[in-house]
Design a protein around this ligand. Structure first.
Ligand code: SF4
Length: 372
């Protein structure tokens, strides 16, 4: 790097430190923000080979019209992806995450996509379900290992330490394929995995088995146990399935999992029960993602901005916070009329949608109402 490059990079890191401080000062206090999103998740396609029972995009049970995001087909082109990454980097978004409403590795340009994110950001993170046929056909495990110094982490879903339960919930996935892929990657690299485990009344029993299996296979990971977004299109996604403070046996299982993780050198983070959550919806101060939602312009599915696949989007009326390509600067999008209005309302205790009432972030005690 030449002198000019070095000066630019120092200047950028000073500004990014300032952004971080502004975030701490302005989070859930201001509606117009002076810092950019802390991260942006870019969905690159909708293709998926699985039919996970909890998935609002592909589950057979979501087909009935119960989900606003079911079966929406799109694929971001490499050029569109580059445009989003450039915009994020220019706008000092600290990191981006490559994702899909299905399996990102089904995108034919996935390696170019990963490499471009690495070229601009230095590192990137990515989601995958390790769908074996596509990984074998394209030698993707080896391609991932080649990029070990530039992949900050890989997120993947594991729903139980009991293969049968995992495979029943993550329909189409093979527990052994997922675990052996991670094991293989960690035999040849130190890449970190973020294991995403949605906890419900249906699958709290075998977390310890999973921790033991991950440890036996020497997988370098963190297990992030999270609460369900109760979209309610089947038994698993119903509000009855939610982990609440009455489920003392789940709390005990989670505490045990945390202790076992400590013993095995696998950090485990656990959620509060859904009815004892933070009571604030901080997403609008933290991040956004590009994601399709029914009812918007079909030709612009890949450009649509939301904060996450939460109830307000999947079963409510929150379809869009704008189209990313309508903006040149990230701050103009981040402080557009949708974001600012929702932040203003949340600061007054008013939530964006009626569907927020079944969300763990909904403040049951202190809210003043819902958007009319
Ligand atoms: S409170 Fe509403 S907008 Fe916020 S995460 Fe929950 S469902 Fe989404």
């Amino acid at each position: 790097m030449g002198l000019v490059g070095k000066i630019r990079s120092v200047h950028r890191s000073i500004l990014m430190k300032k952004d971080k401080m502004s975030y701490q000062r302005e989070f859930y206090k201001k509606a117009i923000l002076s810092y950019p999103p802390r991260y942006v998740t870019v969905a690159i396609s909708s293709a998926c080979s699985f039919r996970c029972v909890f998935c609002a995009y592909h589950s057979d049970d979501a087909r009935s019209g119960a989900s606003n995001v079911y079966g929406l087909h799109f694929r971001l082109s490499l050029d569109q992806f580059k445009k989003i990454v450039d915009m994020c980097y220019r706008g000092r978004v600290p990191r981006i995450h490559i994702c899909a409403t299905g399996e990102p590795f089904l995108h034919p340009d996935i390696l170019e996509i990963v490499d471009y994110a690495i070229e601009v950001y230095g590192t990137t993170s990515i989601q995958t379900d390790f769908f074996r046929p596509i990984f074998e056909k394209n030698n993707y495990l080896a391609e991932i290992i080649k990029r070990q110094d530039y992949i900050s982490y890989i997120t993947t879903d594991i729903l139980s330490g009991d293969p049968k339960v995992h495979e029943r919930l993550k329909k189409g996935s093979c527990y052994e394929d997922v675990l052996s892929s991670m094991e293989y990657i960690n035999k040849h690299s130190d890449i970190h995995f973020e294991v995403h485990y949605i906890i419900t009344k249906h699958n709290y029993k075998d977390i310890d088995k999973l921790i033991d299996d991950l440890s036996r296979r020497r997988i370098n990971c963190h297990i992030s146990i999270v609460n369900l977004h109760p979209h309610g299109f089947n038994d698993f996604t119903s509000t009855f399935s939610l982990y609440t403070s009455k489920d003392v046996h789940i709390t005990t299982a989670l505490e045990k999992a945390k202790m076992l993780g400590r013993k095995r050198g696998i950090p485990v983070s656990i959620p509060l029960p859904a009815d004892a959550g933070p009571g604030i919806c901080g997403s609008f101060w933290t991040r956004f993602q590009t994601w399709p939602v029914k009812g918007i312009d079909r030709g612009r599915y890949g450009e649509n901005v939301i904060v996450g696949g939460c109830n307000a989007v999947v079963i409510g009326k929150l379809k869009s916070l704008g189209y990313i390509f309508d903006y040149i600067n990230i701050m103009d999008l981040w402080n557009n009329e949708h974001f600012v209005r929702i932040r203003e309302n949340l600061l007054r205790g008013i939530y964006p949608d009626e569907a927020c009432q079944s969300c763990q972030n909904y403040n049951q005690k202190n809210q003043r109402g819902l958007r009319t």
